[in-house]
Design a protein. Structure first.
Ligand SMILES: Cc1ncc(COP(=O)(O)O)c(C=O)c1O
Length: 415
């Protein structure tokens, strides 16, 4: 097991001060911090072999191409995909989902078809499907959420029919930390012949991901939430499905040959990577994966669980002061942590979450407030927004103690 205190030293930003106090970074669900190895890889690329990929025969172009394609192989191994061709680099999770909504959706969704999402989706896994349904006169169905803030899976099973063409579901809610039973959801969808896209933007940084075991058809995630740079996302797709899909964007690199009035598409995965890609950041993403593997995803998950339980125990003591923990299966200090990971949303009666986040910031504690790009869920909870702490492996119990100090100060100031 790693020592979070030692690990912190690998992240230069974590030694900075905010408002004169050592930074406690609890906004990891928005984006993670980057270790020195990732930062160094970016400068090494620009200092030593900055070149365009796939185009040149000169040494540096070859080095850049090899490093870029190495990351693809690494991602393939990281999520246990079959082939590098199944890994497409995008800008982020949002673009990966839009790629499917356009390339697969335009060809495969017809009037009267149905797409299923859930009530806990990030806007990135909701709006592209709303738009596809609008363009195609298809119907978007939404798996409801139960009172205990878990998904109503019997209701989902009733929704499935021959009309269902796609189920697009999060592996981990960015508001609740809740992880739905994906294996059950995927098996049920496949029984009616529907494909399944998994939005793994949150989960992939916290738990081992195995696309073969899951048997999902697509999986989307972002490098920036898992120690890597911003501007790099991944779409995994099963080879046969990606092969049948049309390109998403058109131009250089995605073509094999071009005539004046017609073009012929490149092989996978380049068919989906039009134009010069984000070379430096893809290469640095490799260093992020190496770092995560060194720590171990199982170890990260165990650490997340410990921190979450510790935070719940601390924050639940303030329920009498109007603090509500927005946690699936939670009933005053007891909850089934097996379905939840690394995220604790909360509200305080009578205090706006932006005010909570401001006081926390005064104390050097970075948390998020707002509706976290999940407006329908927040409205379903009858809230206008929440405050959210999200943990990672470099956080410690001492960080949560600092958050508790900020909580006490907030309550004192506003009550
Ligand atoms: C569950 C989930 N899906 C999708 C996204 C979108 O990720 P990105 O902004 O990197 O495209 C996020 C970002 O917070 C997320 O938490």
């Amino acid at each position: 097991m790693f020592d979070p205190k030692k690990v912190k030293k690998d992240f230069p930003i974590l030694s900075r001060k905010i408002n004169g106090k050592p930074l406690v970074y609890l906004d990891n669900a928005s984006t993670s911090q980057k270790p020195k190895s990732v930062i160094n890889t970016i400068s090494n690329y620009y200092e030593n072999f900055n070149s365009n990929t796939h185009r040149g025969i000169h040494t540096m172009s070859e080095e850049a191409t090899i490093a870029y394609e190495n990351t693809r192989e690494h991602v393939m191994k990281f999520i246990n995909a079959n082939l590098p061709k199944e890994i497409i680099f995008t800008r982020n999770t949002t673009e990966a989902i839009n790629l499917v909504a356009y390339s697969w959706g335009e060809e495969n969704i017809k009037s009267g078809d149905e797409i299923i999402v859930s009530a806990i989706e990030h806007h990135s896994n909701l709006v592209p499907w709303q738009e596809l349904c609008r363009r195609k006169n298809a119907t978007l169905k939404i798996i409801p959420i139960k009172k205990d803030l878990t998904l109503d899976l019997p209701a989902y099973e009733k929704m499935l029919s021959k009309k269902t063409k796609l189920v697009s579901i999060t592996a981990m809610s960015n508001v609740l930390g809740y992880m739905p039973d994906l294996s059950k959801i995927i098996k049920a969808a496949h029984k009616v012949g529907a494909l399944v896209l998994v939005d793994a933007a949150q989960s992939v940084a916290h738990l081992p991901t195995d696309v073969k075991k899951l048997d999902c058809d697509f999986l989307a995630f972002s490098s920036h939430k898992m120690l890597g740079p911003t501007g790099v996302g991944v779409l995994y797709g099963k080879y046969e499905i990606l092969s049948d899909m049309n390109p998403f964007m058109f131009g250089g690199d995605m073509v094999k040959s071009v005539e004046q009035h017609k073009a012929y598409w490149n092989d996978l995965p380049w068919k989906f990577e039009a134009g010069t890609p984000n070379i430096a950041d893809v290469i640095a993403f490799d260093a992020a994966l190496t770092y995560l593997e060194k720590i171990g995803l199982e170890n990260i998950h165990k650490h997340d669980q410990k921190l979450l339980k510790y935070a719940v125990a601390k924050f639940s003591k303030y329920e009498k002061h109007g603090v509500s923990l927005i946690l699936p299966t939670y009933k005053s200090a007891t909850f089934d942590s097996s379905q939840v990971s690394s995220i604790l949303s909360f509200s305080i009666k009578g205090i706006h979450p932006h005010d909570i986040a401001t006081i926390f910031n005064d104390e050097g504690v970075a948390i998020r407030s707002g509706y976290h790009c999940s407006q329908p869920l927040i409205e379903h909870l009858n809230l206008s927004s929440t405050a959210r702490m999200s943990f990672y492996f470099y956080n410690t119990k001492a960080d949560i103690d600092r958050a508790e100090i900020a909580l006490k100060k907030t309550i004192k100031l506003f009550k």
